[in-house]
Ligand binder design. Structure first.
Ligand code: GDP
Ligand code: IMO
Ligand code: MG
Length: 428
């Protein structure tokens, strides 16, 4: 019995879904605590590919309950679509529940996100246009609509009316776009509430009871620390806290209940969307890694930017999260690409060498990574299942990361499939 938190340590898409899927087989609960359907978590079961956006990746294997907790922003239509997809593949979903406190992504959030992104032509932040930022804004401004509101016709109508007064005026006057109709949205969301009512519950009670009953509880993060609203590369971030700290507020769990803090990092770095990326390889090698690693967004299909592993940012992410177990994914992608580089320091614009991450996003664009060069390996490692089966240079690569961060790598992932793992220490 224990609690496990799986979080991303880079810019998202580290393979959290795959790891959550593997760990969820032994979990009584799998809980999403932040983000929304901006996430894209891929799980391969044999040849079959599942991409989960809003549902916890545990939905495929967890025998207990899957919970979308209060910190998540929920697009009910996306939720239903995902439930239907999973059910069409013969799997059950009656173990999935949503917090009554979770905020609802409304059509005006999606439009606001889209219009802002498209302002002045081009993309501003490079969001997923799922309405995430505007929904969290309304939550903080205390004008948001919560899942519980979908079950109360009077409250729902009043809130939609109030919100649309302001939003419609922005759409019309500022963006010069059409306005939305109160009646249409009210009817649609009332019907969605009716459809989902049996799944809308007080999740914090159940989660805390499960903690008291010594159940295995897995908290699944979406996005990653470098996209964290406080500790990422602001403003090129998402609007939630994808850190281990986010579990406490996002699921209603006390900090003392969190035990195994599992950080997932790719053996290199990718980023989708705008923002600084010190170790980016904007060249043929970067394109090579993109092709071999299949680095295309699971939610938007956008090509992911690729680059070398950045230990400066990884150290920052491990510090903020208090990671005590590391997972390195996609080591197989680095096979046969020659010498490998790992950033250990940055050189600032005035020539200072530093090994910590900066709060100045603007300055970061001018920082130059300082690399350690490691020998690569040529062998295909996708069939390795024990650490000893890895080539010496692949082991050196892993151990270099461990030594720099002072944290053990407990799992090395060598392929997208469930079984393609090297587990050095069982956590469960
Ligand atoms: P997430 O958002 O962190 O869950 O990650 P994504 O699912 O968006 O992206 C990770 C991609 O890498 C998916 O296509 C996975 O199937 C794939 N993947 C995960 N682990 C490995 C691995 O060890 N090797 C390879 N080659 N692919 C992996
Ligand atoms: P998973 O869970 C990678 C990025 C977007 C954009 C920024 C803000 O699959 O790792 P948002 O729509 O959240 O307002 O966009 O964050 N982003 C992700 N990048 N993986 C994700 O999720 C992401 N979710 C958001 O590309 O740069
Ligand atoms: Mg993803």
């Amino acid at each position: 019995m224990s609690t496990y938190v799986v979080v991303g340590l880079q810019y998202g898409d580290e393979g959290k879904g795959k790891i959550t899927d593997v760990l969820s087989a032994k979990s009584d609960y799998v809980v999403r605590f932040q983000g929304g359907d901006n996430a894209g978590h891929t799980v391969y079961v044999g040849e079959e590919k599942f991409v989960l956006h809003l549902l916890p990746s545990g939905v495929l294997q967890c025998k207990g309950k899957c919970i979308i907790a209060n910190g998540v922003v929920v697009n009910p239509k996306a939720f239903i679509k995902e439930i239907e997809t999973i059910e069409s593949k013969g799997l059950k979903t009656d173990h999935v529940f949503i917090s009554r406190r979770a905020h609802v992504i409304m059509p005006y959030h999606i439009l606001m996100d889209t219009y802002r992104e498209e302002e002045n032509g081009g993309t501003q932040i490079g969001t997923t246009k799922k309405g995430i930022g505007p929904c969290y804004e309304d939550k903080i401004a205390r004008i948001g609509i919560r899942m519980i509101d979908l079950l109360n016709p009077e409250v729902l109508r009043e809130k939609i009316e109030k919100n649309l007064k302001v939003k419609n005026s922005i759409f019309e006057k500022y963006f010069e776009k059409p306005t939305l109709d109160v009646e249409e949205i009210y009817n649609e969301f009332l019907a969605l509430g009716e459809r989902l009512k049996d799944r809308i519950v007080d999740t914090e009670l159940e989660i805390n009871e499960a903690i008291r009953d010594n159940k295995n509880i897995l908290f699944e993060g979406a996005q990653a620390l470098m996209l964290d609203i406080d500790f990422g590369t602001y403003p090129y971030v998402t609007s939630s806290s994808p850190s281990t700290g986010g579990v406490c507020t996002g699921a209603g769990v006390p900090p003392t209940a969190l035990q195994n803090l599992i950080g997932v990092a790719k053996a290199y770095t990718t980023r989708v969307g705008n923002g600084p990326f010190p170790t980016e390889l904007d060249n043929e090698l970067g394109e090579n890694i993109r092709q071999i690693g299949g680095e295309f967004g699971a939610t938007t299909g956008r090509p992911r930017r690729t680059g070398w592993l950045d230990l400066v940012s990884l150290k920052h992410a491990c510090m903020i999260n208090g990671i005590n177990n590391l997972v390195i994914t996609k080591l197989d992608v680095l096979s046969n690409i020659g010498k490998l580089k790992i950033a250990t320091h940055y050189k600032t614009e005035d020539g200072k060498v530093i090994d910590y991450f900066t709060s100045s996003t603007t300055k970061l664009y001018n920082y130059e990574p300082i690399y350690e060069e490691l020998e690569g390996w040529e062998e295909d490692i996708t069939k390795a299942r024990s650490y000893d089966e890895l080539p010496a240079n692949a082991k050196k690569y892993i151990e270099f990361i461990e030594n720099y961060l002072g944290i053990n790598v407990y799992l090395v992932s060598v392929g997208p499939e469930r079984s393609q793992n090297i587990i050095r220490k069982e956590l469960f």
